[in-house]
Design a protein around this ligand. Structure first.
Ligand code: NAD
Length: 360
């Protein structure tokens, strides 16, 4: 099969880690007889330097016309680089908001997986970490409290701020469908997280999720209150497969889930819209402190490319192969500096990419 991929290396370590992900994709193409056509565009600080804006209309049009977008990271040293003297809507990170909006991405996927070899970095009790975990948080990205009407004004002489939490049934249905589709590719178990004992939006959420569930009889669904979910994530993370939740709950819970893996350089993510087009990127930033030194861990970006194979191209076998190659390299004791431990073999960004590509 042939696919068009927009590559956005971005700033800082972005070009180094995207280069390694491309190396792995090329190996997949070779081995399975696919063809990936790449188009590279600028976003973030490098686009500001070249064109005066963090994302040009042309770059967005290229991304829209492709089958998937693979992004490194954008941004520089906040308060040091001259990009941060610009107004907020012209700074590097504004490119991220523009592309997510331009591609109409409403579902954010953040997997959290504990590699048994890295469990020393997991902050949970040993008996909890020993059980391991492998979950994905599916977060609604364009509705809820962050997008509702807001105001701050004086009411009867008292300064009063209001934020509005609003969801309609269509917004809930489309994210629920995404979560069920994802569950069908995993262990077919969804925990839908809400605050239905208090919020009307959560009661509507439960009702719509239950309706969508009827179309997926193979998937088991449970409802869980968000406060309980926050506790369960540290008490028994092994119980989770797919966690489906609204925007603000997902924002908080996905950071909590990332934290318990203990290794930021390993965490992939995806943002999806109604069709197959998705934006795939590591969960970490541009790490300007180590940029250009061949030290960055490329695994989060390589695993993001594996998500692209799975969710945008339906190449599940190839995605499994990339994930297995990463596991093998970790099991063989190779480490970049961020996950280095005593007795392990320290490798550069380039070497890590080579090792994973060789094992695909
Ligand atoms: P960061 O994630 O870039 O870095 C935090 C720390 O983790 C640093 O010490 C860094 O060296 C390390 N680190 C991150 N990724 C690593 C990797 N792959 N391998 C090894 N070490 C890694 O977060 P920050 O320092 O808060 O932000 C730096 C810049 O990145 C800022 O300009 C910020 O706005 C931007 N940022 C961009 C994105 C994005 O593009 N999606 C996300 C977060 C931050």
């Amino acid at each position: 099969m042939e696919y068009n991929v927009t590559l956005i290396p971005g700033d800082g370590i972005g070009p180094e880690i995207v280069r390694e992900a491309r190396k792995v994709l090329d190996k997949v193409a070779d081995k399975y007889g696919h063809k990936f056509n790449y188009k590279e565009v600028l976003m973030g600080g490098c686009s500001i330097d070249a064109y005066g804006v963090p994302l040009t209309d042309e770059a967005l049009a290229t991304a829209k016309a492709s089958d998937a977008v693979l992004l490194g990271a954008v941004g520089g040293r906040v308060g040091v680089d001259s990009w941060y003297n610009l107004p907020p809507n012209l700074r590097p990170e504004a490119g991220l908001l523009s592309i997510r909006k331009g591609l109409e991405l409403f579902a954010n996927l953040r997997p959290a997986y504990l590699y048994s070899e890295l469990k020393g970095a997991c902050p949970l009790k040993e008996e909890v970490a020993d059980k391991g975990f492998d979950m994905v948080i599916v977060r609604e990205l364009t509705g809820g409290l962050y997008f509702g009407e807001r105001s701050t004004k004086e009411v009867n002489g008292v300064v009063t701020a209001v934020d509005t939490l609003k969801y309609d049934e269509n917004e809930i249905r489309r994210i629920a469908i995404k979560a069920f589709e994802i569950a069908m590719k995993r262990n077919k178990h969804i925990i839908s997280v809400d605050k239905a004992n208090v919020l009307d939006t959560s009661r509507l959420w439960r009702k719509i999720v239950a309706e969508v569930a009827k179309d997926y009889p193979e998937v088991t669904v449970e409802d869980m209150l968000v406060d309980n979910c926050a506790m369960q994530l540290v008490k028994d993370p092994a119980q989770f497969d797919v966690v489906l939740t609204e925007n603000m709950f997902g924002d908080i819970l996905s950071d909590e889930a990332s934290m318990i893996t203990g290794s930021i350089g390993m965490l992939s993510s995806a943002s999806l819209g109604a069709g197959k087009l998705g934006l795939y990127e590591p969960s970490h930033g541009a790490a300007p402190d180590i940029a250009g030194q061949d030290k960055a861990n490329p695994i989060a970006t390589i695993l993001s490319a594996a998500m692209m194979l799975r969710y945008s191209f339906d190449l599940d076998k190839e995605a499994d192969m990339v994930e297995a190659a990463v596991k093998q390299v970790i099991a063989e004791g190779y480490r970049t500096v961020d996950i280095m431990a005593e007795g392990m073999k320290l490798v550069s960004t380039t070497e890590m990419g080579d090792l994973i590509a060789e094992r695909v």
